[in-house]
Design a protein around this ligand. Structure first.
Ligand SMILES: Nc1ncnc2c1ncn2[C@@H]1O[C@H](COP(=O)(O)OP(=O)(O)O)[C@@H](O)[C@H]1O
Ligand SMILES: [Mg+2]
Length: 320
């Protein structure tokens, strides 16, 4: 049984965790568009592939799957999730399972405004959002919303172009210089990250790890501490089942005045997943079991509270 990790980039830990889980029972193959993507060097084998926007990209990946007898494939970057999901049948035809959510859900998660509409229409607490400035200004006039607000790209990632904004002038300025921006109610509370695994065979939520974010750096959680709240677990389980996500997902949540708000969903391993793994939530093993035809037992909150994670830099040296 072999696994293919696409766009491994700098996610060395993810590659290492798969290696530790698969051991001698298979190979972990990784791809990157650059020879200088450090994570590929932690895999058993690697391929340098064209950028995902190149024509023929999918055929390159399909041919790697055939050649390497890949049983499970996953990607670590957002734009590729929909591509894999949309072509699930092509992968299935050659014996490869796409580890991830449906095309519709991958697209929904990419579009923060549509996700907001989905959440709001189902009664979930979430930040009120506007794509149209005029509608937002009208709300401000009517007293429905006050500054500060949060402005970010509706299709953004890695915290690029995000701003806390205190006045109309700045909103106008930002909108003049960038398209597809979204204005959001500012969520003022404790930020939380959840790493969740939804069994691909049973459809049950089998593992949840939650952490309080202490410090963010370059769009990623830099320091965090694990905690547990049965109410939060139940909230996450309800949301995830109602939406229908599958496999690994990462959720950004805020706790404000004792209430949980859903902020963002990434249907893949997030940059903060190592905290969950190192605390005992080995989701690679859950994936491995599913690929081997075994459904996983529900084991939510299988970790201790008060485990701190602090990131620091590592480096990879190669000679060619
Ligand atoms: N409405 C909001 N209120 C307060 N902070 C926010 C809001 N939206 C986003 N943020 C902050 O910005 C970060 C990045 O925003 P997010 O929507 O998660 O986009 P990305 O796809 O870049 O992770 C979040 O982790 C959070 O710290
Ligand atoms: Mg986020």
């Amino acid at each position: 049984m072999n696994i293919l990790i696409l766009a491994a980039g700098t996610r060395n830990k993810i590659v290492q965790y798969f290696r530790n889980t698969v051991r001698d029972d298979g190979e972990v193959v990784a791809t990157d568009s650059s020879k200088l993507g450090p994570a590929i060097y932690d895999a058993d084998k690697y391929y340098i592939v064209p950028p995902i926007t190149a024509s023929g990209y999918l055929d390159v990946i399909l041919s790697i799957c055939k050649k390497e007898k890949i049983h499970g494939i996953l990607s670590l970057i957002d734009p590729e999730l929909s591509l894999l999901a949309a072509n699930e049948e092509k992968f299935k035809a050659i014996g490869t399972t796409v580890i991830g959510s449906s095309y519709e859900l991958c697209e929904l998660a990419l579009d923060k405004y549509r996700m907001y509409q989905w959440l709001a229409s189902r009664g979930y607490n979430c930040a009120r959002s506007w794509m149209e400035r005029d509608k937002f200004y009208k709300e401000v006039k009517e007293g429905g919303i006050t500054y500060p607000v949060f402005v970010k790209p509706a299709y953004g990632s890695a915290s690029i172009s995000i701003s806390k904004v205190y006045d109309k002038e700045t909103v106008d300025n930002l909108f003049t210089h960038e398209d597809n921006l979204m204005i959001q109610e500012f969520l003022n509370g404790q930020e939380i990250g959840a790493d969740v695994y939804i069994d691909m065979l049973s459809g049950e939520v089998v593992s949840i790890f939650t952490k309080k974010k202490i410090h963010m750096r370059a769009g990623e959680t830099d320091k965090a501490v694990s905690f547990k709240d049965p109410e939060l677990f139940a909230f996450i389980e309800k949301f995830v089942l109602e939406a229908g996500f599958k496999g690994q997902i990462d959720i950004d949540i805020f706790r404000i005045n004792g209430q949980y708000y859903i902020s963002e969903i990434n249907p893949r391993f997030g940059g903060g997943y190592p905290h969950a793994y190192e605390s005992g939530c080995n989701h690679m093993e859950l994936i491995w079991n599913n690929l081997n035809g075994r459904a996983n037992r529900k084991h939510i909150g299988a970790y201790e509270e008060g485990i701190y994670m602090m990131k620091y830099n590592e480096l990879k040296i190669i000679r060619k």
